[in-house]
Design a protein around this ligand. Structure first.
Ligand code: ADP
Ligand code: MG
Length: 449
């Protein structure tokens, strides 16, 4: 079982017994960053989540993990965001067999290609037919048909999969040609470090020598003037030598103004193709294909349910399958429709959320593990004063409540107290990043509950 699967299993289990607000607040963006020698390290996005998981959920998490893998005896939580960096560091210490589980790390260091992404595993439907056909054509005759090939579309719709598939194909069929895949962020940081280390010539040399250059997510080049310039030079040299260039972005080229302006005429000779959202039938086809790859199988009504709930993002479709599969492993039975509905309730977006003063006060109280009553009293205890000020701040900020109204809500306090609280939090927000995060988390839970 990979760490990701393990964690999915924990999340699935916890979600069944936790309110939606709590689940979203404390478990969003968490993951297992390593599991070794009975010790699991859980990566959490901020120190509040760390504290809460340690104090309130540790037992449940440990029990679930232990049920899945008896060797797990200990958990520690660390705050961190950069999954790749941390994972890589820890990977170096892991035994060989564990490493194989991380498909992402079978990535070829030279080409940055991940063998997992192939045309074979790519489901084609009306929504991605054109970019798929173009990708196939380009991979058969790199540099000779559509050049550049520009593929755009929203998050999780298969851009990277398609780009990587082209790379894998050309690397396989044209062994003499140099293929390279790179994200635009990585490209940008290479530019920066080459400048810093006075190695710009070597940088240019390297990229001019490419036969198939794939740059993913070029929207991130927006605003990076120097990088754009280097990109532009590389692009021109390759283009003039009939080398294949493949680009992706989350928006059409004309929406990336500065960049596109210079490249516009070039794009005309190439192909611009967009991936839209998959239709219902294709979503089901994708679910079934992925299930087959993972050697799992669920009743049709479940696929239909998932496909009706998750409409815009293929990555989320995959995530849903993983969750169901974990549920099955953990409970030794196939989930039925009711269970599936429970598991995915937080994926249903509620179209209209009504925020009330009660919800705000409740949300703040729950967040700090206080009783609502405590918030409303005149207590001067530090643990209560700050949450109370935050509640007042939110009543003003989110509900546009008048200060006298806010004062009255807090057991008839004077409006000056409300003003003072509001201003104090505003001031602190300007310099306190942690407070900002804290309030964000509180808001999230108010808005989704
Ligand atoms: P993007 O780069 O557009 O954000 P990705 O290429 O990373 O999206 O796709 C997200 C996930 O969905 C990947 O795991 C990918 O394999 C899968 N996926 C996307 N499109 C398809 C498809 N048409 N057929 C099969 N899997 C797909
Ligand atoms: Mg991508």
């Amino acid at each position: 079982m990979t760490n990701e699967e393990l964690w999915q299993a924990v999340l699935a289990q916890i979600q069944l017994n936790t309110s939606q607000a709590n689940f979203a607040t404390w478990f969003k963006n968490t993951e297992i960053s390593s599991s070794k020698g009975g010790r699991v390290i859980v990566l959490v996005p901020n120190s509040f989540a760390k504290e809460w998981l340690e104090n309130k959920y540790n037992k449940t998490i440990l029990k679930t993990l232990h049920d899945l893998n008896e060797e797990i005896k200990e958990i520690s939580y660390t705050v961190g965001k950069n999954k790749l960096r941390i994972l890589k560091k820890e990977l170096e210490e892991l035994p060989e067999t564990d490493q194989l589980e991380f498909q992402e790390f079978r990535v070829n260091k030279e080409t940055n290609l991940n063998p997992r992404y192939t045309f074979d595993s790519f489901v084609v439907g009306p929504f991605n037919e054109l970019p798929h056909a173009a990708a196939i054509a380009v991979s058969k005759k790199p540099g000779l048909v559509y050049n550049p090939l520009f593929i755009y579309g929203g998050v999780g719709l298969g851009k990277t999969h398609l780009l990587q598939s082209i790379g894998n194909e050309t690397a396989k069929n044209f062994k003499k040609k140099k293929t390279k895949y790179i994200s635009s962020e990585k490209f940008a940081s290479e530019v920066v470090s080459s400048i810093r280390n006075h190695q710009m010539e070597a940088f240019k040399e390297k990229y001019r020598g490419m036969d198939v250059l794939i740059i993913d997510d070029i929207q991130f080049l927006a605003g990076k003037e120097k990088t754009q310039e280097e990109f532009f030079h590389v692009f021109n040299v390759l283009y003039e030598n009939n080398k294949q260039i493949i680009l992706s972005s989350d928006r059409p080229p004309k929406a990336i103004s500065a960049l596109a302006e210079r490249l516009r005429s070039r794009f005309e000779g190439g192909m611009i193709a967009d991936i839209s959202s998959p239709d219902f039938e294709t979503r089901i086809a994708i679910l079934k294909t992925k299930a087959q790859e993972k050697k799992i199988d669920f009743p049709d009504e479940i696929y239909q349910y998932i496909a009706s709930v998750i409409q815009k993002n293929i990555r989320e479709l995959e995530g849903a399958l993983n969750r169901l599969s974990m549920y099955q492993k953990l409970n030794n039975q196939k989930p039925d429709l009711e269970t599936a509905k429970k598991l995915f309730k937080n994926m249903l977006s509620s179209p209209h959320v009504v925020v009330t003063p009660k919800k705000i006060i409740q949300g703040v109280a729950e967040f700090y593990d206080l009783r609502e009553k405590d918030l409303l009293t005149a207590s001067r205890k530090k643990e209560i004063v700050k949450p109370r000020q935050i509640a007042m701040y939110l009543l003003r900020q989110e509900l546009k409540g008048s200060f006298p109204f806010i004062g009255r809500r807090f057991n008839g306090k004077d409006h000056t107290t409300a003003i003072h609280s509001y201003k104090k939090i505003c001031r602190e927000l300007e310099k306190d990043k942690k407070l900002e995060e804290e309030i964000c988390l509180i808001k999230e839970r108010i808005f989704i509950s």
